[in-house]
Design a protein around this ligand. Structure first.
Ligand code: ZN
Length: 257
C-alpha cells in the first residue's frame, strides 16, 4: 500500500470520472488519498469528497496564489471536521507573483499559528521562495510542523527543512529525464524524511508526462525512488506509508496491504 499525500481531486479535471479515478488508484495499491484545499471553495470541496470515501482525507487552507481573492478566516471553523488532517496548502510563491509578498507572508503566518494551536501539520508550497518560507517558520521550530510539498530546492535546503522538523514531498518530476536537484536528495537522505505525492492533476510522472495526472500514477514515483536508492518497491511503500500515517494521523495500521 502507498499513500498519495497531496492531490487536487477537487478541481474540474475530475468532474466526469472522479469515482473511476479513485477506484483505479485503490486497485493499484494507492489506498489512502489526501485532497488538498487551496482556497475556501476548494477546501469545502475537499471535505465533501473525503466525506464520501472512507479512505480519502482533506486539508483546508489558503494557497499563496489565492491571497488576493480570499482570506484565512474560513480555515479555523473547518479544522474540527473529522476528515480534516492538515492545513494548506499554504506557503509562499515568488515565481508567479512578487508584489504581494507581505500579504502572502501574513496569510502563511496565520496558518502557522493555526498549525500550532490545533496541532495539525502544515502543507507548504514554496516556489523560488525557500529561504523566505524558512525564515518565517524558523521561530516556530518544535511548535509548527508539516511537509514541504513538491520539493523543488536543493539538497542543502532539504537538510535545513528536515532539521526544522519537516518532511520532504517528492512528486512526478523525480521520474523525469533530468530531475536535477531531486536526485541528490533521494540519494543522500534517509527515506524516513520523505513523503510521496502526485499533486494531481499537475506534474504527471513518466510515462504519462503532459497528461492529466491521477493518483494511480503514484506507483511510478515510488518505483523510481526504489530504483535510485537500489531498494525494493516494498521498502519504499512501507517507509513512506509509515511517514504519512505519522504526520497526518490517518488512522488504521501501518502494515495493512
Ligand atoms: Zn498542490
Amino acid at each position: 500500500m502507498i499513500i498519495d499525500t497531496h492531490l487536487h481531486l477537487n478541481t474540474e479535471d475530475y468532474e466526469k470520472d472522479l469515482d473511476l479515478v479513485i477506484r483505479r488508484a485503490y486497485e493499484k495499491g494507492v489506498k489512502k488519498l489526501i485532497v488538498i484545499g487551496m482556497d475556501e471553495s476548494s477546501s469545502l470541496k475537499a471535505i465533501k469528497i473525503a466525506e464520501k470515501y472512507e479512505h480519502v482525507f482533506a486539508t483546508v487552507g489558503l494557497h499563496p496564489g489565492y491571497v488576493d481573492d480570499d482570506d484565512t478566516s474560513f480555515i479555523e471553523p473547518l479544522l474540527s471536521h473529522p476528515k480534516v488532517v492538515g492545513i494548506g496548502e499554504t506557503g509562499l510563491d515568488l515565481y508567479w507573483q512578487q508584489d504581494n509578498l507581505e500579504k502572502q507572508k501574513q496569510c502563511f503566518l496565520d496558518q502557522i499559528q493555526l498549525s500550532i494551536k490545533h496541532k495539525l501539520p502544515l502543507v507548504i508550497h514554496t516556489r523560488n521562495s525557500f529561504k523566505e518560507a524558512y525564515d518565517l517558520l524558523e521561530p516556530y521550530k518544535n511548535q509548527a510542523y508539516g511537509v514541504f510539498h513538491c520539493f523543488s530546492s536543493d539538497l542543502n535546503d532539504a537538510k535545513k527543512a528536515i532539521e526544522l522538523g519537516y518532511y520532504i514531498g517528492i512528486d512526478g518530476p523525480i521520474t523525469f529525464k533530468h530531475p536535477k536537484d531531486l536526485l541528490p536528495i533521494i540519494k543522500n537522505l534517509d527515506l524516513k524524511h520523505i513523503l510521496i505525492e502526485t499533486d494531481s492533476p499537475y506534474l504527471a510522472p513518466m510515462p504519462y508526462r503532459g497528461k492529466r495526472n491521477e493518483p494511480s500514477y503514484l506507483v511510478e514515483v515510488a518505483k523510481k525512488i526504489a530504483e535510485i536508492k537500489q531498494i525494493t518497491y516494498e521498502d519504499v511503500s512501507h517507509i513512506t506509508t509509515y511517514n504519512a500515517h505519522k504526520l497526518f494521523h490517518l488512522g488504521g495500521s501501518n502494515d495493512e496491504d
